[in-house]
Write a protein that binds this ligand. Sequence first.
Ligand code: UD1
Length: 448
Amino acid sequence: MYKAPLIVQTSPAKRHIGTTRLDQGQKMDVIVINGGKALEGTVAVSGAKNAALPLLFASLLAEGEHTFHNVPRLKDIDSTELLLNHLNCATRRVGNQLKVTVNRPDSFVAPYDIVRKMRASILCLGPLLARYGKAKVSLPGGCAIGSRPINMHIEPLLQLGAKIEIENGYVIAQTGKLVGDRIVFEKVTVGGTENIMMAATLARGTTVLENAAMEPEIADLAHCLRNMGARIEGEGSSVISIEGVDELHPCEHGVIPDRIEAGTLLISGAITGGDVRVEQCVPGDIQTLIMKMRESGFDLETGEDWVRVKPCDHWTAVDIDTAPHPGFPTDLQAQFMALMTQASGTSVITEQIFENRFMHVQELVRMGANITQKSQVAVVHGNPGELGGAPVMATDLRASACLVLAGLAATGKTVVNRIYHLDRGYDHLEKKLQGLGARIERHPEAHI
Ligand code: UD1
């Protein structure tokens, strides 16, 4: 029987980097940046990775053909398709549209080989269990940004009546019809909220989620589930109520814009002193970033679906503490740190969500930044104009974006290695930056 809490640590002895295992002899692209050029122009944001992943897994709740629009082209989406294919679903992409035809799976297993590539694979657990009463999902394991427990996915499912065992690295779950209950999350979890929200749509009776995550991606999932026939209220607040229904039907749904990509592109303009208009985004979803950038001295204009950062040659240090939405997103912490290396003054950056999300610090230091770090706090002594290009190593998705941003601001050439992390979560970032005039190129690199 499952025993809480379940904490899966990454062993440094293994060649696990991020969520991807490197095989000897594998060839890796690198990104080469010749920095120091102010970016200018307009750039459109793609669909949100963190919205698209749960939406695609939600399709498992209803057999038939679902159509998703604005699905970004990412490695994590490829991994999700692979898992859905393994679960007997057909996927077909035309441009940014992805059709998923869901059929009853022959096996209800999410195998290690797929799950290890993408932790969000755990999101198939709730839908499979609710729809078919069984699921066997590989434990995702830790990743470079720290231990990544799943106790807040498992315990609520137990509360809804599932029987769960952990055996040979797999979560093995089965149930009759799930039964609604009051779930109080001990801390805010995006994935936990999504998994239980999906499971509860087909439970008997009402489930109330308290201390639920309030991220825009949760609201997008709720909208999609409602299109499928689910009864959900309260998304976007910390209390979500789900009244179970007997069955759901396939849907057509457009993925919301990626707020983290929007923020990253905005910072690309800011850090180069450029003039960049980021379009097809939701400014309200990056309100905290906009506020912090204004506090720092940037002049930002916003419209209904765009944000523009105007040229600025001097900005001052501001502090940030990451927090669940609507707080400052942990997924923009690394990128904001790059910006603060070029500010006047000292910025204190506190990472409250993940315990090990500062691996970009040492790489920034190698580029000439002055940063000291202790535990969850990094102190950035800004030194405008002092970043110099260097070969650097990306260690996780958002750290990669931070290094690209630093490279854009640096004098000389920066080579960012291990950019498969970037490809997991950014839809052709280098092409979008090229469109803004950046001197950035992707090159095939020697064998690792
Ligand atoms: C999601 C996002 C990720 C983002 C993170 C926090 C996706 C696919 N990924 O990740 O980009 O950085 O939210 O905004 O949407 N925790 C537990 N037990 C659990 C689950 C989580 O203790 O069962 C802890 C985590 O270790 C972390 C915190 O809760 O400290 C928040 O994690 P969570 O919100 O669950 O992150 P993810 O959903 O994995």
